[in-house]
Write a protein that binds this ligand. Sequence first.
Ligand SMILES: *Cc1c(COP(=O)(O)O)cnc(C)c1O
Length: 346
Amino acid sequence: MDQKIMDFRSDTVTRPSREMRRVIASAEVGDDIYGDDPSSNALSEYAAEITGKEAAIYACSGTMGNLLALLTAGRHGESVLAGKSSHILCSEVGGAAAIAGLCPYELSDEGGIPSPEEIDRAARIDGDVHHARTSILALENTHNYAGGIASAPEEFAAAAREGKRLGFHVHLDGARIFNAAVRHGVPVSAYTKEADSVQFCLSKGLGAPLGSMLCGSREFIDEAVRWRKRIGGAQRQLGIAAAAGLYALRHNIERLAEDHENAALLVKLLKAGGVAVEEVRNMTNMVFFPLHGCRLSDAEFEAGCREKGLLLLAISPRRIRLVTHLDVTRADAERAAEIISEVLSS
Ligand SMILES: *Cc1c(COP(=O)(O)O)cnc(C)c1O
């Protein structure tokens, strides 16, 4: 018998739906480097419109979108303030330093968004000759490694405004900013209007197979276009991917609420089964729990769940992550909780 595989490793594992594939197959395309791809242009215009920015460009990945923002807003030898556990500092292979030449200064980000006081503390703007002068503040929302926390618009605005007051370019790593907007019941512009640039992923909960968008002022995006070409990220018949992205933005934002409900259900069921789930305020589509006290190694635990049809991820040693998305159902969440209890008690 074929066992159904429930993939909770990430929301990046979503596959294009039948309707999205139809849209991809019939996409009008041209050469995007000549500005001739109608589907790419339509996606950029729509992304700019919903984020309230003047312009937007497609990037191959969220990592590239963030890197383009850092390259465009900073200069070699300056510094970027970013969360200690931010994706930019932890999971982008050191690109901020290695490619953009920016010295990273860490902010405490246990709660997701650092406080204005924390930003003041970390900023290097005092003219001290020993310091790499700060030019960029990078904020992440929702915050992945802090537990998928969706910071509220006011909290986000307080940090962003402090960054602007200090004269920094404020970049939002909004890989999952639509999850934050849906969680708080606000339009995404409630966040993006506070930042100078925003990167968001089409390829995560929105369900497109590829890509991210970087949005900002016309001047900023014109410069980012040059950087994208320089690092080899400009592409030709981009409409094949862009059409999927536009479809995702038009159809898959509101439904993120279902993912949040399924994650909340998972937390409830795991807790009822005695699992020490990490409880965060304003949770979205991620669930984390520690493996402390379990005699299985991380790999054994993953394998035990896999045998029963559940894929999940040891995101760091002794810390397990599950992510809900449009390819997992409420029944899958219920079954996942059962499997986890079975494997933990085996
Ligand atoms: C996934 C992610 C990225 C990077 O996106 P990729 O498309 O995987 O490169 C950036 N920031 C955050 C917070 C992410 O979760």
